[in-house]
Design a protein around this ligand. Sequence first.
Ligand SMILES: *Cc1c(COP(=O)(O)O)cnc(C)c1O
Length: 405
Amino acid sequence: MVYEAHFQAAVDSVKSEGRYRVFADLRRKRGDFPNAHLRTDNGVDRDIVVWCSNDYLGMGQNPIVLDAMHSALREVGAGAGGTRNIAGTTHYHVKLEAELADLHQKQAALLFTSGYIANEASLSTLARILPNCTYFSDGLNHASMIEGIRRSGGAKHIWRHNDLEHLEELLAATPVDASKVIALESVYSMDGDVAPLREVCDLADKYEALVYLDEVHAVGLYGQTGAGIAEREGLMDRIDIVNGTLGKAFGLMGGYVAADAVIIDAIRSYAPGFIFTTALAPVLAAGAVASISYVKQHNELRVLHQERALRLKTLLREANLPVMASDTHVVPLLVGDPVACKEVSDHLLNDYGIYVQPINYPTVAKGSERLRLTPSPLHDDAMMKELVTALCQVWERLGLLMRAA
Ligand SMILES: *Cc1c(COP(=O)(O)O)cnc(C)c1O
């Protein structure tokens, strides 16, 4: 094969840095989340507990969601049969977009095949529509936002993560006649910190900027109906464009933006990432409608989710494990080295049947490699105790740093 050496060198370079990624071959057990089977190299299944899923509420196994999907499958079959413009819009898509618009109290919503595509397509399209478009992007924004902004060809300023003074400095230095878009996340998924949303909205008002908010790690999880941090903070009407996923707390797959009807209409009409790709399978749309309406009405799921996260943080702290500060459901445990991080993860899986992926560069900065634990309402006290005991033993065996007292 031509160029084989180049491909091999690329892979070797990742390996030499200790951040070569290996996928675990899993089979989730319906109705039994977070328990799952791991397919091992010798072809045997073993029981494990999943501690790193973004199916934060276990909705991917909720019987109401599964029923909705089964009946959609029986009714209309498998695929959408085309792009939304060509034969791919079904009643399920229409209903789902209405449900999403309602969730975020917006006039309209637009579906994409993933949250990634929703960000990439929407952000890159704004500069085609807005004259002299300038983006103000938080320094820790997700790759999908970075990619969309880059693709747009618009001017771009990166403000230091959650640093309002820096954001204002950059806004003030930009010509008044430039269109401005502030792009940020509400919950940052690796550290579990939250953006100063109200203050960002104030700056947006002052400098006449649009606010584009990625609530991917907050939808379903925060606010009285699960619309996200903007709902919790009473700021929904001040967010111009909200982005979310159906793949995390809602347990399925797909992404969306919600906004004023005219914004949605413009994105729908201009974004290649919407126009030229087959619509989400109707089965997924049907499942998402069921999941969102369930999650909306069951605030007790959110209460329990927060309680579980707090409980785990407390247990880790009491065991002197280096749990990082987090204001949300994300529980990061610092290792600080890619090789050790992978080793911890391997030991947990092989010796204890505990599955938590190492999080290494480029997902997080070098030197801040970590385990990212995501307790759900279904992770009980016994599971937590097993996890903490296993972690303490692995920490000791590998001689890793405990938490500074
Ligand atoms: C996961 C993620 C996305 C992408 O969502 P998908 O639906 O998984 O494509 C977008 N933004 C952030 C912050 C994410 O963590």
